[in-house]
Design a protein around this ligand. Sequence first.
Ligand SMILES: C[S@@+](CC[C@H](N)C(=O)[O-])C[C@H]1O[C@@H](n2cnc3c(N)ncnc32)[C@H](O)[C@@H]1O
Length: 802
Amino acid sequence: MAPNPKVVAAFRAMSALGITESQVKPVLKKLLKLYDKNWELIEEENYRALADAIFEAAEHPQEEMEDEEAQMHVDSAQPLKRSHLRVQDGQSSNPLTNSSPGSAASPLKKPKLEGDILPESSSRQRPQNTAVSSDINARSESRPIPPHDGTVDRGKQPLSPQVARRRRLISERERAALSAQSKEPTVEPGMRPLPNNKMPHSHAVIIPKDEPIDELPDYAVPVTMIPPEPSSMRNSPMMNGAARKRDGHITKASLQFRDETVRDEDIHPSSNEEATSNVEIASSTLGEVKISLRCSFAVGRPEYRMPSQDQILQMMEEKCLRSYKITDPNFSVPKLLKDICDCMLEFRNDSNDDSQKKSWTTSNVDVMKESDAHGILSSRGNEDPNMLSHTSNGSINVKSSAALVSPRSPFSVAEVSGLDDAVRASLKDKTTNILESNYSKEPENLMSPNSHSLAVVPQHNQLTDIRSIHDVNDLTKGEEIVQIPWVNDTTNDFLPPFHYIPQNLVFRDANVSISLSCIGGEDCCSTCMGNCVLLSTQCACANKTGAEFAYTAEGLLKEDFLEECIAISHNPQQHYFYCKDCPLERSKDDGCLEPCKGHLKRKFIKECWTKCGCGKQCGNRVVQRGITGKLQVFFTPEGKGWGLRTLEDLPKGAFVCEFVGEILTTEELNERNMKCTGNGSYTYPIVLDADWDSRFVKDEDALCLDAASFGNVARFINHRCSDANLVEIPVEIEGPGHHYYHCAFFTSRKIVAQEELTWDYGIDFDDSDHPVKLFQCRCGSKFCRNMKRSNRSTRSASAASS
Ligand SMILES: C[S@@+](CC[C@H](N)C(=O)[O-])C[C@H]1O[C@@H](n2cnc3c(N)ncnc32)[C@H](O)[C@@H]1O
């Protein structure tokens, strides 16, 4: 009988790990029995379950005694490479040693995979079709755009940013692991994405064949960092954060500072024995400061083989991910350690100046728990004890934790995750009052918008909400896949406080509940697979947008579709249609029917969603993946307040971001406007009036989006009359209800890096009844409608006076 190809493939995969057929066979048999011959579970993640089961069987042969075959074939004497393929911390990944099916650790439970996660730069997937002629939609008003629901899964962000980042960090580590294992190229298959795009588990680390597992340090071995005595490092935040002595383990780390006071032999142990017990794990650039681990248990044990620097660092990165949840893709343990060395060096350099005696003092920050720990450490905690120093722009940087815990300071180091760099508060809010009262001489300078200093937040109860204050490096607080920094090169203003939300949220009464049962078969492409835009036949979603997808294979809007949207935005009046029997007129209470006032024919995008048969990688899912470009919020020099710009060139038709905010009823918005008396700097609400098809929404029933208190980065996009470089397009994602939809911004032309992103709010500057106080437009466009009005007013004023 021909060998089962699946069995052969399993043997081959295991052989790549150095496992013989005779070791595989019994375990595989058992696994097949357990999995009810479900090969998929066994093949998943390049036979992870199988590999783990074999390792486990080899490690615990006694557990296998019950199984006769296992007794015959498992060679427990031979150390195997261990694949550290753990599903979760502390959770055994061996399907044979777990028993309760269905439980978290169940062997029969399909391991949790991250396979559905998009590839790193996934964001834009590539559809491939042609032009689009969209369905025509009507709405009762010719205004901006839309929202969506936060109370229900709106499908906007199928990929949590944390997970995405984790994936990236892991990938880097895996790459590093692979290159470090050049001796063992056979591990590569285990690292390859599976055909179904499922990636190997994030913690997959294959140990080279020739390194017996008992020689490898265990994850459980803590690394205790003990600063040399006497040393100012004793109180360093780093030490407090990272130096945890556990369980009497005797691995020590010493931070060594090579100068006149430190003899070479202090750094390099004189005896061979000691040399073998030391591992240098970091160094400043020129080697003046080094961090090395000294393992006392290795002393006197020549057979003990110290792990390599790479192995330690690799494990440490694992730990940072798993235990400390550091998911910043830029985070690196070697960099962190090098920063410590550099800080130490800096400390030495500065300590020559008596007037600048410094000491590192304890702070509340557990640097190892902060994603930008290296950023904190490199912030030179070595200024004067008050730690307030002037910068060139007249601002003051809070440079060390010392000031933050000083009795005279009303601030404390932020303990909130994500506030690891400069955390700032608007000078206009209550925080400022605190600052002013305590630092009356230089109130506006306490925290520079441009500095890179430690996180400071007022301890005072008056602080509205720490969530509303924003890190200069990422105002999204990690809510988006990408970081979005903010900068102010123009004034000393800080970003206004608001809560960053990546998806719309219902404020109170807005009726936007989305139920799966409402989405019928005709509303989703249930028969599609993979990437819909690559299919030759049109799916139900494509039919909704005029039998073609709106996106190209590159994830951009198709030219025709985009041009039509731009035309509608420029000249809405020309895209009205008038119905004979207007439902809006019919719905009037007064019974006085008037001719239809017209409805705007809008184009909209219908994206595939959860009920569709395709995957998250489908090219017809662009907006729901969220922001992927490099954006920055900046203070505009033209007097428009804050604005948004791109830090990279953007092609025409690229998705930039969605307008996200609180979903309100018109009534709720009016209530808000009443309270917010004429503050022109208020963010501009959006009316969701693109109700298309036949069910027109009355003005008073339209939903609105307000991003003033809760919103995303779109709240910073300024208005530009007519020739704005963004166009807003309604996007239907979750379901067929057009009462609620998403408002997405796409580039209307090619945009170069550093250009401000703008959109036309559709404001009629002549409308004195506008619900929100109109601002004086400073868009600078030659088509500026406000300027024309000003000119008109000036002309009529001078005509009247003459
Ligand atoms: C959605 S917010 C945009 C972000 C705003 N600039 C900020 O600082 O938060 C809308 C507000 O920005 C200001 N703004 C937007 N476009 C403007 C323009 N062309 N000229 C002057 N002010 C503008 C107005 O105060 C408007 O109410």
